[in-house]
Design a protein around this ligand. Structure first.
Ligand code: GDP
Ligand code: MG
Ligand code: ZN
Length: 300
């Protein structure tokens, strides 16, 4: 019996670009496809995997490092675990961490029975150009876009049409003319995303040491948090926090999802599930993030 090969699609894009939102949309619109998912969270708490488990059973978490370098080898184990638990998978999708080079992650994963799917790179319309100009992170952001087989311009709802057009032209230049689609809240056809097949094949070496530049901070608590304390914490967040996310159990018995991307934060009630414990994870550049400072302002 021959085993059919399984396409492996990698979703990349900088911290907060909308990768998990897109993946959730794909899983909820799978139309009968059996999709296995591997989520690489840079921090130690697997927040995204939990968000995706509400939409799919086949989710494996690869936390605590970056899939293009430090946990690259762990990807093989995760792939094996997925195919062993589900022998009829049609497709595998990897959400790379926001700092990963998705082309390198795709190279790691392309071993039989897997074949290259596409490298899909998300670019948040309202921030991608300033990120690319940033002296600390610009190189990573550009590298991600240069490897894209398809660029999805996310958060297009936050830009006016002229701005969107200018971002589009800029993206075409940096991505070398990769096809580009604008999306809002991950709303794009599953066929379009999973139908992409990569032209770059084979392994590529990661840029050594890029993860050393980032620090993560995590916080857990079994004590319910007052809503006002959560608000004050978010307002006091230092600018060194590039991204923060997690679940918080409030003292009124409800639970919320907390999302911070740059200067934007959102608190959303969790309806599908109640958390008894709170857990937050943050990431920032080593030079600019002070974990002890975050410990001091964290809700008590
Ligand atoms: N306005 C807007 N927000 C979005 C869109 N897509 C995602 N977000 C929000 O951006 C934040 C980060 O999204 P997430 O999918 O977790 O990004 P990831 O870090 O790349 O996985 C969340 O608060 C999302 O609700 C979009 O198209 N428009
Ligand atoms: Mg994510
Ligand atoms: Zn890496």
């Amino acid at each position: 019996m021959t085993v059919d090969s399984i396409p492996l699609t990698v979703i990349g894009g900088y911290l907060g670009a909308g990768k998990t939102t897109l993946l959730n949309h794909l899983l909820r619109n799978a139309d009968g496809r059996r999709i296995g998912v591997i989520v690489n969270d840079f921090g130690s708490l697997a927040i995204d995997a939990d968000l995706l488990r509400d939409s799919s059973d086949g989710v494996i978490s690869l936390p605590n490092g970056c899939v293009c370098c430090t946990v690259g080898a762990g990807l093989h184990e995760a792939l094996r675990a997925l195919t062993e638990s589900q022998d009829d998978l049609d497709h595998i999708v990897i959400e790379a961490s926001g700092v990963a080079d998705p082309v390198v992650a795709a190279g790691w994963g392309t071993v039989p029975p897997f074949e290259p799917g596409g490298v899909i790179v998300l670019a948040a319309a309202e921030s991608i150009r300033s990120h690319a100009r940033d002296k600390y992170i610009g190189g990573e952001v550009a590298r991600q876009l240069q490897g894209a087989d398809l660029v999805l311009v996310t958060k297009s709802d936050l830009c006016d049409p002229e701005e969107l057009e200018a971002v589009g032209r800029w993206l075409d230049e940096i991505s070398g003319g990769a096809p580009r689609v604008a999306v809002t809240d991950g709303d794009v056809s599953t066929d379009v995303v999973l139908g992409v097949r990569s032209e770059n094949q084979g392994a590529t070496a990661p840029t050594s040491g890029h993860t050393d530049r980032y620090l993560t901070w995590s916080w857990t608590s079994s004590r319910p948090v007052a809503s006002a304390a959560l608000q004050s914490f978010l307002e006091a967040l230092p600018s060194g926090v590039l991204r923060l996310k997690g679940f918080v159990a409030l003292d009124d018995g409800s639970s919320v999802l907390v999302q911070v991307v740059g200067r934007t934060s959102a608190i959303t009630p969790l309806r599908e599930r109640l958390e008894t414990d709170s857990r937050l994870v943050a990431i920032g550049l080593e030079e600019l993030l002070d974990p002890a400072g975050l410990d001091r302002i964290a809700p008590s």
